[in-house]
Ligand binder design. Structure first.
Ligand code: RP5
Length: 153
């Protein structure tokens, strides 16, 4: 979903991450939350990545979902440039099953946290973003309560 004032930024390291990250888009669309999606790599396009990360707050974003695989430094690099919360999605890989991505994302040094979800857990990443936004926005909180009440049905 594209909107004038997206609250959530979804960033991923490669177009090969798109299929997994669509799970996050689906959840945000379900909740009617505007987001912006960008493909930018911490390694292949570092200037684009840092420029985007530095401008996040100024542009009104409130939470970032960052997906990457292999030596998955993207979420951590984004977190290093911004004070808004970053949720990392480790993408499953052919070589190491995504354990490489998971450890690269979760093992952040003190001072630069990345909230890390399960391997390919893009839907939970979006739900966590929704929960963060629900602290501030009553309409989102209401939708979240409804969503939670339907769990297990
Ligand atoms: C990471 O390398 C990306 O996030 C992707 O998961 C992985 C492989 O990228 P491709 O070689 O498929 O473009 O930067």
């Amino acid at each position: 979903m594209a909107d004038i004032n997206p609250m959530v930024a979804i960033i991923m390291g490669s177009s090969s991450d798109e299929a997994v990250m669509k799970g996050a888009e689906d959840i945000l669309n379900d909740f009617g939350i505007a987001f912006e999606k960008i493909i930018s790599s911490a390694h292949r396009t570092p200037d684009k990545t840092s420029g985007f990360a530095k401008d996040l707050k100024k542009r009104g974003f409130e939470v970032v979902i960052a997906g990457a695989g292999k030596a998955a430094h993207l979420p951590g690099v984004v977190a290093s440039y911004t004070t808004i919360p970053v949720i990392g999605v480790p993408i499953k890989t052919d070589d190491l099953g995504g354990l490489d991505s998971l450890l690269s994302i979760v093992q952040m040094p003190t001072g630069v946290p990345v909230a890390t979800v399960a391997i390919n857990g893009s839907k939970n990443a979006a739900l966590l973003a929704v929960q963060i936004l629900a602290l501030k926005y009553a309409d989102i909180s209401k939708k979240l309560e409804l969503f939670k009440s339907k769990q297990g049905n």
